[in-house]
Write a protein that binds this ligand. Structure first.
Ligand code: OGA
Ligand code: ZN
Length: 362
């Protein structure tokens, strides 16, 4: 049976698009020849809103992977069915993110020296980052500045009022508790910013002190757990908006957000957790009682062995993690027993995703 064409759409009656109807204007604005699309940057050379909205398909020929259409305005399009399929069914070259399993730490180490000489290994590292929300690089330089050097191989870094990078080192009168020797319970960084920094990198210059191990928690796994097992907590954590606040002598930064934010399809989008910086609104007492129970439970889960991993960043190692998905922290250390100095910076998700897409599509 041949495909059905009427004034405004074509319906496929065979092949991989069987049953699918495509609007003639949708097809018309996908013409990819040099009259319609810049062949270098692949951007449209005309304003599609100015196309005749009553445009229709005058002639078409569908054979295997090829679809040829002559439109009522006289233009001809040659389409690949495979390209249309990918777009219609929103096939993504990125696999679905996976929650952590027991052996997560083992497969997260990547040798930076090898990465530098292999595109395949770089893709593998970025793919792991996408899937699990973090990677640990070994065999890096131990020098100051290595974090920015590495970050800029991926793309531009996100500067903040802490600067382009920050030194995580114990110092007097710090404007953040990270710059002390205190332990830091699992938290996400900077929930008070707009937008919250997407990715954090921490590079270890020296870590000779007693203590000062690194911790990470999978916010996606915790969300799945709460949704399945403790729905009353999941519901309140995904609905109450909290104020996050930072102040020093230069700025006062504030942003509102849910501890667990879902996307428009009710899937996990982002976790925010920083007991140092959160201001819960004065809800009615019953709601507050439940909210506080839920926040406490979230904290318990984040600090439990079932969800938190603990490892040591040694000099010359770097951890890169998704600050929208993971919580991170450190155990306290004793500054009189040795030095500990990390350098950190932020980079955004579009940068890292964009790099991986470029490498995959090449
Ligand atoms: C930070 C932080 C962890 C560490 O600087 O935001 O959480 O290992 N540091 O010192
Ligand atoms: Zn932090």
């Amino acid at each position: 049976m041949s495909d059905i064409v009427n004034n405004t759409f074509i319906t496929f009656t065979e092949g991989p698009l069987i049953g699918k109807s495509l609007h003639s204007l949708w097809l018309r604005e996908r013409l990819s020849d040099k009259k319609h699309l810049d062949q270098i940057n692949l951007q449209r050379l005309y304003e599609p809103s100015l196309l005749d909205e009553n445009i229709y398909i005058e002639k078409f020929l569908h054979k295997g992977n090829n679809l040829m259409i002559i439109f009522s305005d006289g233009e001809t399009g040659n389409f690949s069915i495979k390209d249309i399929l990918d777009e219609v069914y929103q096939h993504d070259i990125f696999p679905k993110k996976k929650q952590w399993k027991e052996n997560i730490l083992k497969k997260s180490y990547h040798n930076y020296k090898s990465l530098k000489t292999s595109l395949e290994l770089t893709i593998d590292m970025l793919r792991n980052f996408h899937l699990f929300g973090f990677v640990i690089l070994t065999h890096m330089s131990k020098k100051k500045g290595a974090v920015i050097k590495f970050a800029e191989t991926l793309g531009p870094v996100r500067s903040t009022n802490f600067g382009k990078y920050f030194d995580v080192i114990s110092k007097p009168n710090p404007n953040d508790l990270a710059y002390t020797a205190l332990g830091l319970s699992p938290h996400t960084d900077n929930p008070y910013r707009k937008p919250v920094p997407g990715i954090q990198l921490l590079h270890c210059i020296v870590n000779d002190a007693e203590g000062g191990n690194s911790t990470l928690v999978d916010g996606l796994k915790i969300t799945n757990y709460l949704k399945k097992n403790e729905k009353h907590y999941f519901d309140i954590l995904t609905s109450v908006e909290i104020l996050f606040h930072f102040a020093d002598k230069d700025v006062v930064l504030q942003n509102w957000g849910r501890l667990i934010e879902l996307d428009s399809k009710n899937n996990f989008k982002q976790i925010r957790f920083s007991g140092r910086l959160d201001y819960v609104p004065a809800l009615n007492p019953e709601q507050l009682t439940l909210f506080y129970q839920a926040r406490k439970r979230l904290y318990e889960l984040c600090t439990s062995k079932d969800f938190m991993i603990n490892f040591r960043l040694e000099s010359g190692m770097l951890v890169m993690f998704d600050n929208h998905r993971l919580l991170h922290g450190r155990t306290k250390y004793d500054p009189s027993s040795g030095n500990r100095h990390l350098q950190g910076c932020y980079i955004e998700h579009d940068v890292v995703e964009g790099k991986l897409r470029r490498l995959l599509i090449k």
